[in-house]
Design a protein. Structure first.
Ligand SMILES: [Ca+2]
Ligand SMILES: [Ca+2]
Length: 338
């Protein structure tokens, strides 16, 4: 009996050994280099200074054998980080080109120095270089509405027609809307902060209006269901606020929007991530509702938008709310993804 169990076990082991594995089910190539692996000439190209709005940098390095590499670029002021991984027997433009985007909710800043770190799977030795950003990245299929860079306003300053923005609140003595320098801004060095109390329990605390330097924001040629309004939002961790957006149209083409005769579209309340830090919200323009269906032509006219409105509302009526907003954009095809 004992022998037959042994023979049966041996038979099972042999058949297991003979079984072929399915090569199509193999994962990505895995290469572990020896600890003694060393490389030469790691550097950023075409130079250690790069204008991300004009060029896509890449990295070069010669290697003694095929290896898995990882390059991490970290902005020393912004905290923006980009990781580039690849496999090859060299590092060059083919496998390390960086389009200027980041992996987190911070964007690389003009003027900042970045650390660049190269490592290989299997070896502990790391290689370093630096990269100085001379120009911020521009994103394809994106129209920037406002970045809040290079402008200063607060409630004690001019209250209208300021740098293409206008802001208002039911009680400006209880509401502060101002450009703000947080320790970590998602883009550049400034965002706008809203901090106020819902004085009349109507939820609305304060808002801003954005309009183009002349004429319309023109998004013609794009279908409304492929166009998104996006904003970076900073929460102080108190989960106190929601945002809502609206835009107005010049339906009759006379150059101005008239709220008693032309369309206004509203997003309704857009929830904000209440956890401390920056996050991105994106709303499809297609989801905006006609504020009054008996006014205007009732058609989304993306080529006749005269301005966008952004309001902060209290999450709970009668309470204080606060948040920051930065890098308001309109994107085509998909939500903004830095
Ligand atoms: Ca900014
Ligand atoms: Ca319309």
């Amino acid at each position: 009996m004992k022998n037959s169990i042994l023979i049966f076990t041996l038979f099972c082991m042999l058949s297991a050994c003979k079984r072929d594995y399915d090569k199509s089910k193999l994962g990505p190539e895995v290469i572990v280099v020896p600890e003694s692996f060393t490389v030469n000439g790691f550097s950023a190209n075409p130079s250690t200074f790069v204008n991300l709005s004009l060029e896509d940098p890449y990295f070069t390095c010669t290697m003694p054998q095929r290896a898995e590499f990882k390059i991490v670029v970290t902005g020393l002021l912004s905290g923006a980080q980009k990781s580039i991984s690849g496999t090859g027997d060299f590092i060059g433009a083919e496998n390390s080109t960086w389009t200027g985007d980041s992996d987190n909710n911070y964007m690389f800043r003009t003027g900042e120095e970045c650390s660049v770190e190269l490592s290989f799977h299997g070896a502990t030795k790391k290689y370093y270089d630096t990269l100085t950003i001379t120009g911020e990245n521009v994103y394809p299929k994106t129209t920037l509405i406002q970045s809040f860079e290079g402008i200063t306003f607060d409630k004690n300053g001019p209250n209208a027609a300021t740098y293409g923005n206008y802001f208002d609140a039911p009680d400006l003595s209880k509401t502060d809307i101002k450009t703000d320098k947080l320790l970590k801004t998602c883009q550049g060095t400034q965002s706008v902060s809203f901090d106020g109390v819902d004085v009349n329990s109507g939820y609305y605390i304060g808002g801003m209006y954005f309009y183009p330097s002349s004429g319309y924001y023109t998004f013609s040629g794009y279908e409304p269901d492929s166009v998104y309004l996006n904003a970076f939002v900073y929460s102080y961790g108190d989960n106190s606020a929601v945002l809502n957006f609206s835009f107005s149209e010049d339906d009759n083409g006379d150059g101005v929007s008239n709220s008693t005769s032309e369309d206004e579209w509203t997003s309704g309340d857009v929830p904000v991530n209440g956890a401390l830090g920056w996050s991105i919200i994106s709303v499809s323009l297609k989801s905006f509702l006609d504020r009054n269906s008996s006014i205007g032509n009732g058609i989304l006219n993306l080529n006749k938008i005269t301005g966008f409105n952004m309001n902060m509302n209290a999450k709970v009526a009668g309470t204080r709310a606060r948040l920051n907003v930065d890098y308001l954009t309109v994107t085509y095809g998909k939500p903004f993804n830095p």
